[in-house]
Write a protein that binds this ligand. Structure first.
Ligand SMILES: Nc1ncnc2c1ncn2[C@@H]1O[C@H](COP(=O)(O)OP(=O)(O)OP(=O)(O)O)[C@@H](O)[C@H]1O
Length: 772
């Protein structure tokens, strides 16, 4: 097998190839995510009983313009290089565009007919969108709409009571609603009054149609009143002060712009209003986006800056040296007791965990990441911090941060005076389930508390959301409202597709190898496909359980790529113990297509968007169902088909693999593949795999598969245990013989091996340190 050919295939398509593994110019290869073909960004577009995207409205004047705009879009789309590094915004051009934007500020007034509730229902259903009012309905009205109590068996009633006590809400509180869907991006401007510049920036990115999460979430976040205008029976939902929002949608479904557009839009509106009132439209920190890793945070900053071009909205990444406009918290208001009670509450609730889990294992990596980040930048920041204290506050409108770095600022550093951010109106938790998992919970809650504005809106986003986390959010919202004396906003939840399932548009493979060496062989077979078996076309990500294993796998694989194809530079490793600058460089090289195989840990499992990644390999089985969903979701972004997620498992993993197999089975069911020959998980396998005990699940999430944590197992090799043992014995024998010889030499020279240091017969012998 010619490895050069195989690995080069992904980069330069040959016209001759027409099918099979080498077919980069046609057929199956065109389906591959990096093929560049524009996918339909929507994961689901079912035909639900003739569901339409609303009645087509005749447009007399706009018809020609629309056609031209569509043509322009086509051009823009062909220019989009999804695999290129994402450029940051240039300040100067940004200013120029602001002026241009101001000149075209007035959105064209068109009278757009809103859809009636039945039409909304059909469209939402066809995209598998479910919107529920999770909590915060007007109490009397909610009570009035409660269905009459039915007699139930005593036991089930008790169970229900217990359940609702744990989750902090009763089942009757949840109510499904049918809001206006966003049928096209054009509606952002014409129906929801988004600024033309923001709408243009979106068009410039080549987005043709909104994804499901955008269809369901944007109208509600932008103009809740308009979104609910045609909904029936919603008197108990008071959206006058806005809403809090939970968005649960598959990986790669465009959640980032779903929260960035409303954040930028509300800043522009407020600015316009204050300018109208004769005030200066200055930069005020209005929104904070919290993300668990620095890679994700800087990606969000990039996305935000692209959307904010020409609007003069400043999207800034939190740094230690950054000074924000904050207020000192009075001593009597210091949140010691509050913080403690939150922790106690949360620990209690974690007993109530659901199947999907909350991925603590990736959390622990992320926490480590934070501490390393701190370590890396400590020297530079020490110097900056005293200078920073003297600086005026930075001009920031939207701050993107990891939890710990903002917390350091809020805790007041050396002065110890805690700070609050009362001007912040919007707190966005990206990957909210991991941010509210016990590992990050205290930090996240402290940030939430520091945003003390009574009008604060909270939006939480993730592809996975355990029910205990949703309940925690609802509880904390109501506690907060009591504290700051405001009435709670409705908390509305959007679920796209089935909750907690992996990307339905990719192929899943579950591969059993009895032993660890067998696993490495199987990985090599995937990289260098034999005549049979699916190739894994570069670029792809390989996930391991620990940093040591990522390093060991890198050492093992780096010479697999021939020099002519780029050699060891094509394989890289990225984990949290690398310095930040090295991590950024590796990310840039991977995005640019210079690195083909990126070996990593769960630090890259969440949120990071590599649009051109063809596949992922779970070299070590993920430690929870949620971790699988997020890892697998690094491929097949924005509806691209052809991505592959391969998961290896050995006999050590068998006790834990059922939750992963369940997720795969559900994803295949969503994609209509279950039971078919190509399905990764057949019913017999699901039946055969042992059920994972709750305690084991929890342990696995925190510690991973025990046998891979330590010493020998961190070494990754194809050698059998017997060979490894023989090699170890040989090395030990050589070392012992060397030691013996050394001792004999010393004895011969000094006459006494026990008295080598300082005492022996040879005074001229240098101190050579203690022998081991
Ligand atoms: N309407 C759209 N049409 C086409 N592409 C889109 C659209 N919206 C977003 N995208 C692209 O889809 C990709 C995935 O988006 P994003 O990173 O926001 O996904 P996500 O839902 O946050 O995923 P994850 O759960 O993994 O964080 C990005 O490259 C983004 O530019």
């Amino acid at each position: 097998m010619d490895i050069l050919k195989v690995l080069s295939r992904g980069i330069k398509p040959t016209k001759k190839c027409t099918h099979g593994a080498g077919a980069s110019a046609s057929g199956a290869a065109q389906l591959l995510p990096s093929s560049g073909a524009l996918p339909n960004p929507q994961f689901f577009h079912d035909d639900v009983g003739g569901a339409t995207r609303g009645k087509k409205r005749k447009r007399r004047n706009g018809a020609r313009d629309e056609k031209a705009a569509e043509d322009d879009e086509e051009v823009a789309l062909s220019d989009v290089d999804y695999f290129a590094p994402k450029p940051a915004t240039n300040e100067a051009s940004s200013k120029q565009r602001t002026i241009a934007a101001e000149q075209t500020e007035q959105p064209p007034k068109r009278k757009v007919k809103l859809l009636d509730e039945d039409e909304c229902r059909q469209i939402l259903r066809s995209h598998r969108l479910k919107l529920t009012v999770f909590s915060g309905r007007t109490e009397q009205a909610a009570a009035a709409t409660k269905p009459p109590k039915e007699k139930k068996a005593k036991k089930s009633k008790d169970d229900e009571k217990k359940q609702s006590a744990k989750s902090g809400e009763s089942k009757d509180d949840k109510k499904q609603i049918y809001t206006q869907p966003l049928n096209s991006f054009g509606e952002l401007r014409h129906v929801y009054g988004v600024s033309p510049q923001l709408a243009d920036n979106l068009t410039r990115q080549g987005f043709r149609a909104p994804t499901e999460v955008q269809i369901g979430s944007l109208p509600l976040q932008l103009q809740p009143k308009t979104a609910l205008k045609k909904a029936k029976d919603v008197d108990d939902i008071n959206v006058g002060r806005g809403i809090d929002f939970l968005g649960v949608a598959p990986t790669g479904s465009g959640k980032t712009i779903s929260f960035l557009i409303p954040a930028i839009d509300s800043i522009l509106r407020r600015r316009k209003k204050s300018e109208g009132d004769g005030q200066d439209g200055e930069h005020v920190l209005a929104a904070i986006v919290v993300a668990p890793t620095r890679e994700l945070a800087s990606q969000i900053v990039n996305e935000g800056r692209k959307l904010a071009i020409g609007t003069d909205v400043r999207v800034v990444l939190m740094k230690k040296s950054l000074r924000l406009a904050a207020e000192d918290v009075k001593m009597e208001d210091q949140p010691e007791r509050e913080g403690a009670s939150l922790e106690e509450d949360s620990e209690g609730e974690s007993d109530n965990e659901s199947e999907a889990g909350t991925a603590s294992a990736d959390g622990s990596e992320q926490e480590e990441e934070e501490s390393n980040a701190e370590h890396d930048e400590a020297a530079a920041n020490k110097k900056d911090s005293s200078a920073a204290a003297a600086k005026p506050p930075a001009k920031v409108d939207i701050l993107v941060t990891t939890p710990k770095i903002l917390l350091n600022f809020l805790s007041g550093g050396k002065s110890g005076v805690k700070k609050s951010l009362p001007q912040v109106r919007s707190l966005i938790l990206d990957e909210a389930d991991v941010l509210l998992d016990p590992i990050f919970r205290k930090q996240t809650m402290t940030i939430w508390k520091a945003c003390s504005n009574p009008d604060l809106s909270l939006t939480c986003w993730s592809a996975t959301m355990a029910s205990n986390i949703e309940a925690l959010i609802a509880n904390e919202i109501s506690k907060r409202c009591k504290r700051v004396k405001c009435s709670p906003k409705p908390l509305i939840r959007l679920v796209v597709g089935l909750k907690d399932t992996a990307v339905p548009n990719i192929t899943h493979k579950l591969i059993y190898t009895a032993t660890e060496p067998g696993k490495l062989l199987a990985l090599r077979q995937l990289l260098h496909p034999a005549d049979s078996g699916p190739p894994l076309r570069p670029p792809f990500l390989v996930f391991t359980q620990t940093i040591e294993r990522a390093q060991a796998l890198h050492d093992e694989l780096k010479y697999d790529i021939p020099l002519e194809a780029g050699g060891s530079a094509r394989v890289a490793v990225l984990h949290s113990s690398l310095p930040g600058s090295v991590r950024s460089k590796i990310m840039a090289r991977f995005r640019a297509g210079e690195v083909w195989v990126l070996i990593t840990t769960d630090v890259l499992a969440r949120g990071v968007d590599f649009a051109g990644v063809n596949g992922i390999v779970n070299y070590d089985v993920p430690t929870s169902a949620a971790a699988y969903v997020h890892r697998a979701g690094r491929t097949g972004r924005a509806g691209r088909e052809g991505g592959v997620a391969v998961t290896f498992y050995t006999k050590d993993d068998i006790p834990f693999v059922k939750s992963v197999a369940n997720v795969i089975a559900m994803s295949e069911k969503q994609a209509g593949k279950s039971g078919q020959d190509g399905a990764a998980v057949q019913k017999w396998l699901l039946d055969a795999l042992p059920k994972v005990a709750k305690d084991d699940k929890r342990k696995l999430k925190v510690r991973g598969v025990e046998s891979r944590r330590t010493g020998g197992r961190a070494t990754i090799t194809t050698k059998s245990t017997w060979d490894l043992k023989r090699e170890r014995n040989r090395v030990q024998a050589i070392e012992a013989s060397k030691k013996r010889k050394k001792m004999q030499k010393r004895e011969a020279a000094g006459g006494g091996g026990d008295n080598v240091v300082g005492g022996g017969g040879n005074d001229t012998e240098e101190w050579g340190g203690l022998d081991d």
